[in-house]
Design a protein. Structure first.
Ligand code: KG4
Ligand code: ZN
Length: 347
């Protein structure tokens, strides 16, 4: 067994929602990053928790096996196992957690619990050619199907949420709007694709008025629903004939809602380094707006590599490594509850 902190191999497991993922990291470098996406949910227009846990049960062993094989690492070379402890769907989390616990127990190596949202942020510390790491402090914008948060990041393990959604997450706003347009789940990436061909100012939608750094997306969803109903009543081909313009207008509104809040966060904190994470950070509109903000406002923005935006285990592995390197005292002993840097994390 390789026990040197200077050359550490970590197996990471992520199963918080509908992706079964495993990765192997050598320190900050990703050796393999395997994701099995559960297509079964598409026909239901959203994630069905019971089906997600069953699919995780089927996928977990092949996914872990593939991650070890791709990394060319034997299980006996692993120094620790990191897993997502939450937040997420309970049944889904239990599959990854039980597997990670049993594997760590069998190999007699440490088990490290990782907060999923912290991982979306710390994915920026994965060693990747052509990708710069932010320095502390920075503002992280975590935008996914389950979360929308603005986080002040003062160190790897000192983070505080300074703004969040009071209702739907931004990914939900994308997915629910897509559903209204008859697009399959998850519709976020499809709205993004259609938006490139449309006019963002074709259909103006109003932005919600929410105090401080918090967000709200449920009103926008209702507004879009009434807009579509009204126009389809007049012209049954309205969606088909205007899909690109509708998608571009929805995306434009969502991007502006987000950008307004980030501007406010910069003003309140004086921090001009902005890093984004979570599935919605793959969105081209958001990426372009942030790049533009570098020129317009002098910010420095950090956009993760695409494979680290949606749920993946590499991001769990980097947190596992950072915890292992910074916190773990006894490297040979199995610890059931992992190491609790999370007690200092205000997420
Ligand atoms: O982080 P993630 O994989 O899972 C959660 O933790 O929720 O995020 C999934 C979300 C979905 O709502 C999906 O529609 C959205 O990310 N998404 C996008 C794009 N790619 C993924 N939304 C807008 N534009 C995209 N390109
Ligand atoms: Zn996520």
């Amino acid at each position: 067994m390789n026990n040197t902190a200077t050359n550490c191999y970590i197996l990471a497991i992520e199963s918080s929602c509908d992706d079964t993922a495993a990765a192997v990291l050598n320190n900050e470098k990703v050796l393999s990053n395997v994701v099995a996406t559960q297509e079964i949910h598409e026909q239901y227009g959203g994630v069905v928790p019971e089906l997600a846990s069953r699919a995780h049960q089927q996928n977990i062993v092949p996914v872990v096996t593939a991650a070890l094989r791709k990394a060319n690492i034997d299980k006996n070379e692993l120094n620790a196992i990191a897993f997502t402890s939450g937040p997420g769907l309970l049944g889904s989390l239990l599959v990854g957690t039980s597997f990670a616990k049993s594997f760590a127990l069998g190999l007699n190596i440490p088990l490290i619990d990782v907060n999923h949202m912290q991982a979306h942020i710390l994915a920026h510390f994965i060693e990747e050619e052509g990708f710069e790491k932010p320095s502390f402090p920075f503002i992280a914008l975590t935008i996914s199907g389950g979360h929308t948060q603005i986080v002040r990041v003062d160190s790897y393990f000192t983070m505080s949420v300074i703004g969040e959604t009071i209702d739907d997450a931004v990914g939900e706003a994308f997915d629910k709007s897509a559903k209204l347009l008859g697009l399959p789940y998850p519709g976020g990436p499809l709205i993004d694709q259609w938006a490139t061909k449309g006019n963002p100012k074709a259909f103006p939608f109003t932005k919600p008025k929410v105090d401080g750094l918090n967000f709200s997306f449920s009103g926008l969803k209702t507004q879009i629903m009434y807009f579509i109903q009204k126009n389809v009543q007049k012209d049954s081909s309205f969606i088909e004939n205007h899909k690109a313009d509708i998608c571009a207008s929805i995306q434009y509104t969502i991007v502006n809602i987000i950008l307004d809040k980030v501007k406010k966060a910069v003003k309140e904190t004086g921090i001009t380094q902005i890093a984004i994470g979570g599935g919605v950070s793959a969105n081209k509109g958001i990426r372009n707006a942030l790049k533009q903000a570098e020129k317009n406002y002098g910010w420095k923005t950090f956009l993760p590599k695409f494979e680290y935006t949606t749920d993946n285990a590499a991001m769990i592995g980097i947190v596992g490594y950072l915890k292992y390197k910074n916190e773990l005292k006894d490297k040979t002993q199995y610890k059931d509850t992992g190491i609790h840097a999370q007690s200092r994390l205000k997420l």
